[in-house]
Design a protein around this ligand. Sequence first.
Ligand code: SF4
Length: 350
Amino acid sequence: MAKLIKEADIIEIKKTGSNKPSKRIITFSRNVFIPLTNACRNRCHYCGFRSDNPSLMEPNEVENLLLIAKNASEALFTFGEKPETDSKIRNSLLEMGYKSFLDYVIEMNKRAIELGKLPHTNAGILSYSELKKLKPWNASMGLMLEQAVELPCHNESPGKKPMERIKVITNAGKLEIPFTTGILVGIGERFDDDLYSIEVIKDLHLNYDHIQECIIQNFSPKKGTPMEDFPPPSIGRMIKIVREARKILPRDVEVQIPPNLVEDIRPFLKEGVGDIGGISDVTIDHINPEAPWPSIEKIERCLNGEFVLRERLPVYPKYIKRGWYGSMTEALIKKLSDNEGYRKGCRKPL
Ligand code: SF4
C-alpha cells in the first residue's frame, strides 16, 4: 500500500525541490545591527535600551558599521519609538540637516543600499503614509506585536497599545510589505494570552499574506529596570509556546527564536522552529547586550547533522519571487539572491 504523504513532507519536498523528504532547512540571515537612537517615547518596564539622555548616530558612524560588516547582507535598523518627541534628538536632526526623523532613516537606508546591505527597519508605530514612504528603501520591515493584551509593564508606553500595533501590521499588509512580527513571552501575561496573541498574528497573515516570520522571544531581565527581579519564562514554557505557535500559524509563516537568548536551540527546532533570525559577527544585540550571538560554527554543531542551515536575505524567498520588496532594493536583491531566493553562494542542502 502506498505510504501517505504528510503535510510536513510536502513542505520539505517544496523546500528542497527533491521528490523525497530530506532534512529540514533552518534559515538565518547575516546582519549588522544599527541602533540609530535610544530615544523613545515609551517606558516599557523591562527595557534596558532606552535612555533619558539619548543620542543619535551620526551618518558617518552608520557608514562605518556598514563598511566593517563585510559578511552581512542585512542592515537591521532598530531604534526607539517616535524619537523626535525628544528635544535633544530634534536638535541633532536639525544640526545634521534633516527635516524629520523619517527623512534621516531613509537617508541611512539609502547609504546601506549603496554599501551593499539590504535595509530591514523596525520603526515602531508609524502611520500608513510613513510606512509607504519607507517601503521603497526596505527589503522588509518589522514590528513586534509583543502581546495582544494590555499589561501593567506597558502602562507608560502608548505605543504598546495592542490596537496601535495591530494597525501598523495591518497597514504593512495593505502596502504588501514583507513583515516580521512576534511575541515577547514572560512580561506578565498568561499562557492563554500568548496563544491569543499568536492567533491575532495568524489572522493578520490570513488577511494580507505578508507575515514572513513570527518571533517567539523570551523576556530577559535587565539590571536597573523596574522588572529586574521578574523571573524570565522557563525553557519548558517557551517550548510549549513554540509547539503551539507551529500548530496555530499557517505553514508559510516561519517560527523564529533568537539563538542568543536560549541555551540550546535544538529542542526548539524539534518543535518546529525554522528560522533563527539575524546573526552578526561585528555588532552585538543592542536590545540584549548581555547575550552574545553564537557563531555559525556553534549553531552547526547544535544542528548535529539533523537539520541543514541555509542563509537567507532579510526578505524571504516567497516575497522575492512575488516582488514585494522595496523598489529601490530590487537590483541588490537580484545580485544577492540565488534562483531559489536564498543568499547566493550559501551552501545548498545535502
Ligand atoms: S522596549 Fe522599545 S518601545 Fe519599549 S521603551 Fe524600550 S525602546 Fe521603547
